[in-house]
Design a protein around this ligand. Sequence first.
Ligand code: UVW
Length: 339
Amino acid sequence: MANRWKRRPEGSNWGDFGPDDELGRLNLLTPERVLAAVREVRSGRSFCLSLPLDLPGGNLLNPNRFPPERHVRTRKEGRSAINYPLNLENPDYGDVVSDDAVTLYTQYSTQWDGLCHVGHHFDADGDGVAEPLYYNGFRPGADVLAPQDEGGPAARRLGIEKMAATGVQGRGVLVDLHAHLGRERTLVGYEQLMKVMEADGVVVEEGDMLCLHTGFGQMLMEMDGRPDAERLHNSCAALDGRDERLQRWITESGIAVLVADNYAVEAFPNAAAGGGCCAALPLHELCLFKLGIHLGELWYLTELAAFLRAEKRSRFLLTAPPLRLPGSFGSPLTPVATV
Ligand code: UVW
């Protein structure tokens, strides 16, 4: 099949993994790289890299996203589905069973951003009219449905289930920004990132799953569901998405995914001066729209970071599939690091 575009955005890799590709840089998580990641396992110890999914608490971090909401389901005779005696259905049964139902905002807490989460306007036909598009030229309506479109709201293409189907395993590489920058709000550009990596001897290779520890996840843990707005919006490191050298490094490094324990990986809103950038979230534009790099946000990396620092290591086996939830724009997950 031909590409669905005549011209691709400058600096993008559209078409490089095929005209119908929906995985982006996940294509780099080859069996050989998974084997190399397995060779990083020395102790067999595992770390849970998820926050409790009811953190941060409230909707101060993103006013459009809310904590999980539990619903009470009923069964026969209006009895609650919790502690439900099965003898109501068959007098021979002595079992008691509990089921639950929860409304989850898929990007409230520890999450993957799907490639259908953020697109951008671009003139891919070369007719002088910019239209909204997603990675590899997929279009709203035909590919990424909205409620008013037939069959919506869901993504027919680029949905998070495509990511889940790969298993999402590879070599994680942790950069410990928090160890160098503490909890000060710091915009981290190319120079700062390289300085930290050099100081800690961190080497990133093509196909690596890059994880940035900023300490934000630990701060959320300490706030215990009662976040303070001032600290939420003014603490810990975040990447400076407008730094062109950083953008170039992300492109050239060949990282498969980009993860952080902060709100959006990059600073949002980005207080850096102007620069003619027309994306509210420039790294989201670069990663999700241009390069097919999934973004992991609000992970919990602090215990893993402490272990790796004590061992003078930065690499580990990362297993991080999202929910195989067809058509979703993002997903909660419980990533696991094995060291
Ligand atoms: C923001 O909401 C700022 O980022 P994301 O949608 O990726 O969580």
